[in-house]
Design a protein around this ligand. Structure first.
Ligand code: SF4
Length: 471
């Protein structure tokens, strides 16, 4: 069918690659992206033993609008059985990966087995190659990206850090580190970085120069023009341009939905210091995904580099841990990206440990040092311990549910997760529909399946009308 690229089946154990056209039924029934990925995993489900076993199947799929110039048609799903939850997991990422994959002629990669040596995949204008490169192992995501980019030039790179190599349950995948104008993004949730690590797959490089065959280009352009006009005409457009998702800090704080001190409180005294306005004052540039008119990647200085901050990162690594300074949140966020850790789960598990200290359920003897709210240096130290699976970090690398199982003493009551996936940065006590969203989300507690909270707050927590269900 026109407009679709190929599917590459890649067996890392057998060093075999096969490319085929997608069948009609897959296209008609599941369109692309996450639909294709979930179906591919479902078909292979019986043979999968564990999230980090070579039998797991990692699927990377983008949609039919990617690389067509259509607004928002840049997303790519990384999906597999999650090492963290033991059920279907996926994480969606923006940037340029899907764009380059499609321009290289592929809509979906289905990756099985595990390479005998650390390797990367090269998707290059119609061809797929498994390249053995043990020298990449042990590098941070940033260093791996730099090394591969110097080899391949204008490409998109998905890479894991040390946390993925060490099979941390919530290891992330970085896409396009260090591309100034391109948004640096992460497939953060459900441990897809650990799945890559278990396959000894350090990175995937996508480079393409082809064009996507669109059946009616003029009609697509026309619909795109209308959509862009609608977005630009929105009363919120200016604020989105200026503050991106970070303006949610102010909103969540004002409606009592900002996770604070491991969700013990719902607003943060220092919210102004880490707000969208504070980010705007300090940002060094903005960046965007492919074909987007809302460059929402707000970039701050961090260490000798830069970090793109979003609301979820600020909520979970900032107010949730009691960090009062934007520079501290930026550094914690940078370290998560550097090692390849999901910022939401990392913020949740560190917040949980802090609350255990507050309640006397954990002591210096357990962790090796005291951990208190707002202590940025300890946050940085714990991030490294989790990523490298050192000391108490070995347990924290399993996620908040596992730490609660170890601590006991009633701590499961403040272990913030659903189906073992840590809750995103919305305190939902002000918003019961959001609680329902978390409870019913297929991958565990995540906000992007049903983001009910704004209408929920507006309608009020005691409202149970049809309007709420329809929204
Ligand atoms: S730049 Fe922001 S708004 Fe645009 S596609 Fe990427 S994440 Fe979405």
């Amino acid at each position: 069918m026109r407009g679709y690229g190929k599917i590459a089946e890649i067996d890392l154990s057998g060093d075999r690659i096969e490319a085929r056209e997608p069948d009609e039924r897959l296209i008609q029934d599941f369109i692309g992206g996450r639909g294709w990925a979930a179906y591919a995993i479902f078909k292979n489900l019986d043979g999968i033993l564990h999230g980090t076993h070579p039998s797991n199947v990692l699927v990377i799929a983008t949609g039919p609008l990617a690389a067509t110039g259509f607004l928002g048609g840049c997303k790519t799903s990384f999906a597999a059985i999650s090492p963290q939850t033991g059920i279907y997991g996926d994480s969606s990422v923006g940037g340029y990966f899907g764009y380059m994959m499609r321009k290289a002629g592929f809509d979906m990669l289905v990756i099985r087995g595990a390479a005998s040596q650390p390797s990367y995949l090269l998707i290059d204008d119609g061809s797929v190659e498994i390249v053995s490169d043990p020298g990449l192992w042990g590098l941070s995501s940033r260093e791996a990206d730099e090394r591969l980019r110097s080899r391949y030039g204008d490409c998109s790179i998905a890479s894991i850090g040390v946390a993925g190599e060490k099979l941390v349950n919530f290891a992330s995948i970085n896409v396009d580190w260090g591309m100034r104008e391109r948004r640096h993004s992460q497939a953060g949730r459900t441990g897809m970085g650990a799945v890559m690590g278990s396959k000894r797959l350090k990175a995937i490089v996508a480079r393409g120069s082809g064009e996507v065959d669109v059946a009616d280009p003029e009609r697509l352009r026309e619909v795109n023009r209308r959509l862009i006009a609608e977005v630009k005409g929105s009363p919120n457009y200016e604020n989105w341009m200026k503050y991106g998702t970070n303006m949610t800090v102010e909103w969540a704080n004002s409606v009592e939905a900002l996770p604070t001190l491991n969700f013990q409180k719902t607003s943060f005294e220092y919210a102004d210091e880490i707000s969208g306005k504070a980010v705007h004052r300090s940002q060094i540039r903005v960046s965007a995904c492919a074909n987007c008119v809302i460059p929402c990647g707000h970039v701050l200085k961090a260490d000798d580099d830069a970090v793109t901050v979003d609301y979820e990162n600020i909520g979970m690594l900032g107010s949730n841990l009691g960090l009062k300074k934007l520079s501290e949140v930026a550094r914690a966020n940078y370290l998560c990206d550097y090692y390849g850790l999901d910022t939401i789960s990392t913020g949740a598990v560190i917040g949980f440990v802090m609350e255990c200290f507050q309640r006397g359920l954990l002591t210096e003897d357990d962790v090796g040092f005291r951990v208190e709210w707002g202590d940025a240096e300890k946050v940085y130290r714990l991030i490294e311990m989790i990523a490298r699976r050192k000391g108490f970090g070995t347990l924290m690398a399993l996620g908040v549910k596992a730490v609660a199982d170890y601590v006991r003493g009633g701590s499961e009551k403040f272990a913030m997760h659903v189906k073992r996936l840590e809750i995103s940065a919305y305190d939902h006590r002000a918003a019961p529909a959001m609680a329902l969203s978390y409870a019913t989300c297929d991958i565990g507690a995540h906000h992007n399946r049903s983001w009910a909270i704004t209408y929920d707050v507006q309608a009020g927590r005691t409202s149970y009308g049809r309007d709420k269900a329809e929204k």
